[in-house]
Design a protein around this ligand. Sequence first.
Ligand code: SIN
Ligand code: CO
Length: 381
Amino acid sequence: MSRLNYIGHLTIDQFLREYWQQAPVLLRQALPELPDMISPEELAGLACEDVVESRLVSTDQATPGWHVRHGPFSEQDFTSLPDTDYTLLVQDVEKHIPELRRLVDPFRFIPDWRIDDLMISYAAPNGNVGPHTDAYDVFLIQTMGRRRWQIACRFYPDLLTDCDLQILKHFHAEQEWVVEPGDVLYLPPGVAHYGVALEPCMTCSVGFRAPSDYELLGSYTDWLLDCHSDGSRFTDADRQPADHASRIPDQDLADLRQRLKNALLEDDNAIDIWLGRGLSTPKENFALQEPGNIETVDDFLDTWRQSGGLLRNPACRMLYANISGSWHLFVHGEHVEIADTIAGRLPEICETNSLPWDPDNPPELLALMFELYRSGYYYFC
Ligand code: SIN
Ligand code: CO
């Protein structure tokens, strides 16, 4: 994948040094050539599907405040909407419409595991989701119409009560811009922002994820429990008689404390493989994949040769890492150790949407692709 050295007027190095995780920045015309976008009608169509996560946020004069409804929606929900004051937001669009991954590509100077999804919103005039903060970094790409963004780095954290959305009670803009298609606003976590559609508009949010220490710890201990359900247990063969039965002896406290610390220790390699698997695990609505039904390698290779290309299931997260000198591929929560002879192909496998047939592909690569196809991570169109 070719990479650009600039993001808007900034070099990638400058952006990372001065803004990433630190300060908001408006990148005027950072993406002047937008890919063919989904239309508002197609976005509404997606929001009617069961596996798609979507929300409709509206403001209306009769019952002041913001109201949210969650999808899936019906056609009737959209035909009964007013002309103004609503926003439809759809998550994970790049996993449903793989061509739209192109909107994420310019930001892949940040590793894929950090990227959560591409959310697309369509807003009618005056549509907005209220002033709020997000816990994660976001690039807000304007792809249609104009929107006024207001932001504040310092604000009172109090939220509106009686509202299903987390909306700031007091918001005073420190900076404001009107953005147009091609403009990108970067916000680090925790910056208050309020975007109001000046006309029918679409905004694409490339959102990032950052696990909290205690989320990591929670899943780490779940995994340890799975691996060591019959692990060692407290023993006290050298017990002395207790002076007071109700006192927990100091030695017992020290032993238990030490056992707890020991139980959390695991081999670094095993932890790294567990991390790779966890980071490639999809959200629940993408968990099930249809396995490929071609049963033999020969039939699979014939089909690949004839079809020209093997397409990657867009819902699959593919990541790789070098762990203690060995290469590992992680996909959909699974892990495969990769032979050194084909390790150089890992970026291509993980970063492109299709793999063309090539008669010179080595047998290890063919075997790997067959395994990935059988698991449902690749398909033929
Ligand atoms: C929107 O697209 O309307 C809202 C995005 C955001 O504020 O995070
Ligand atoms: Co936001």
